[in-house]
Design a protein around this ligand. Structure first.
Ligand code: CMP
Length: 241
């Protein structure tokens, strides 16, 4: 393929990818061109730290492909995963908007392709485009709501309830339905340690409680480590104890 044709193909693919990002869904063709001109596509391998808590902020990231883990660490290196973010979402806006340092670390959970918009370009974008600013505000409100729910879980629920609640939340976020409505599977494979970091407990406890859920028939775990929710009501009842 000639270099010019290749450039056109790459530009078209980039515009298509930008169109899939919810905060850019309202953009006109010119708006998409503007984002394509300021955004840089970068690919990262699993395990890479994109930035660490307290780093200076240099830009906003948008996920085109892959999963990113937002995590905090204690001084003893215990991890608490605040969120797992997938394609079409963004992160790194807080430190730029607040003019503070990064509030948490961002780690690549599966090989990822990201768009990066430099700090000053992102600020101009916010100032010039109400629809984007509003869409970001809506997402940030959803994240605050999820964080409130998590505080509620930590305050009022036992460990089984917190694990059940997290599994149901992941199922809603990463749902992939096999055709049978009562048989949802969480379309991402997490290790027991990764689940423990999300719930705020240790790996042994997660393994044990998953065994309890498996025995009662509320979940099933495939060889691919993807988890199937077989009985949503049974899982929900753990969250009410
Ligand atoms: P920033 O503080 O720049 O860097 C870490 C990013 O993680 C932060 O911006 C948000 O984009 C994201 N983040 C922080 N806390 C949460 C959370 N509770 N849920 C989802 N994303 C978060």
């Amino acid at each position: 393929m000639a270099t010019k044709d290749l450039q056109i193909t790459v530009a078209t693919r980039l515009r298509q990818a930008i169109r899939q990002v919810s905060i850019f869904s309202s953009l006109s063709s010119d708006g998409l061109d503007e984002i394509a001109a300021i955004a840089k596509v970068e690919t990262f391998r699993k395990g890479r730290f994109l930035f660490r808590k307290d780093d200076l902020a240099d830009g906003l990231y948008i996920i085109l492909r892959g999963l990113i883990k937002i995590t905090q660490f204690s001084h003893l290196r215990k991890a608490k995963t605040l969120a797992i973010l997938g394609a079409g979402t963004f992160f790194g806006e807080m430190a730029i908007i607040n003019e503070e340092r990064r509030s948490a670390s961002a780690i690549v959970l599966t090989d990822a392709e990201l768009l990066k918009i430099e700090k000053q370009d992102f600020k101009h974008l916010l100032a010039d485009n109400f629809d984007i600013t509003y869409a970001i505000l809506q997402q940030v409100c959803s994240r605050l709501r999820a964080a409130d729910r998590e505080i509620e879980d930590h305050t009022f629920k036992n460990i089984e309830g917190r694990l059940a609640s997290k599994l149901l939340q992941l199922a809603d976020q990463f749902k992939s339905n096999d055709g049978n409505v009562s048989d949802e599977f969480i379309a991402l494979s997490l290790t027991h340690q990764e689940l423990a970091d999300l719930v705020g407990t240790n790996r042994e406890t997660v393994s044990h409680k998953l065994g309890v859920f498996r025995k009662e028939g509320s979940v099933k775990i495939g060889n691919d480590r993807k988890l199937r929710i077989l009985d949503r009501e049974k899982l929900l009842s753990w969250t009410r104890q």
